[in-house]
Design a protein around this ligand. Structure first.
Ligand code: ADE
Length: 258
């Protein structure tokens, strides 16, 4: 349990990524602000605000700032999909971020590559406590709920055999990576990199600047190579949305006031 005040912001980028969560919210109240629908209510007894950020760093940053300033969230969790950036990380695995970097930030020669000017840092650490809880929720989901929440034909179709939970570095940029050479260049510049996506590091920077604890969890949807767009939307709907639902459920059950 997390001691109050606790209001959790739950963000995902795309339409289907919060499938199931919103329908289940109690005392649901939608509020439209700056082209986003923020839905306040309770999930498994926890005060939550759910929102779809849309895609990319600017969209994510604007959404997070609104969640904090207007909706008063005290903690933020981002759930979504990512491309693998490591041979050990397979489609269907989960990556929980320990730190995030903006891979397209490059103000050289004024600042080192990846450093966000005037923050003095390139790697933004996620909140250790929330990240530990999220990683536990992800592991428990994998061990106990996955086979209940993801349909057997989809487990077969997407070959979700013995998926694993990883923790480490995630990189974000305003580009869908579907080219193995581009990925290899990023991996060379950031050897510990586990996954690539398009929002997490923007969430991390804004939360750092506001002093709000955050965590990021990503289901691996592709290998960030030329095959990446194949079945992408189907994967989100049939697999990633179920993962996000199961993980947020376990996180909330663990956080609810008793
Ligand atoms: N999200 C899911 N897969 C991705 C990829 N290959 N590049 C960027 N963002 C992603």
């Amino acid at each position: 349990m997390i001691s109050p005040p606790f209001r959790l912001g739950v963000i995902s980028a795309l339409q289907h990524e919060q499938h199931g969560l919103i329908d289940l919210m109690q005392d649901r109240q939608p509020v439209t602000r700056a082209m986003r629908e923020y839905i306040t209510g309770k999930l498994w007894g926890v005060d939550c605000v759910c929102v779809l950020s849309r895609v990319g760093k600017v969209a994510a940053a604007a959404t997070v700032a609104t969640l904090i300033e207007r909706f008063g969230v005290t903690h933020i969790v981002f759930t979504g999909v990512a491309g693998s950036a490591d041979a050990d990380v397979r489609v269907g695995d989960i990556v929980v971020a320990d730190a995030l970097v903006q891979h397209d930030m490059d103000a050289t020669p004024l600042f080192p590559r990846f450093e966000v000017p005037l923050t003095g840092q390139s790697h933004f650490a996620s909140d250790i406590h929330l990240t530990n809880r999220l990683a536990k929720a992800a592991s428990d989901f994998m061990d106990r709920d996955l086979r209940e929440l993801v349909a057997v034909p989809d487990i077969e179709a997407f070959r979700l055999h013995q998926p694993r939970v990883h923790r480490g570095l995630i990189a974000s940029g305003d580009e869908f990576i579907d080219c193995r050479n581009k990925l290899a260049g990023l991996k060379q510049a950031l050897p510990p990199l586990l996954a690539v996506e398009m929002e997490g590091a923007a969430v991390a920077q804004v939360c750092f600047e506001f002093g709000v604890p955050f965590a990021v969890v990503r289901t691996v949807s592709d290998a960030a190579n030329e095959d990446a767009p194949v079945d992408f939307m189907q994967f989100i709907d049939r697999v990633a949305a179920r993962y996000a639902f199961g993980i947020v459920k376990r996180l909330c059950e663990d956080s609810a006031p008793h």
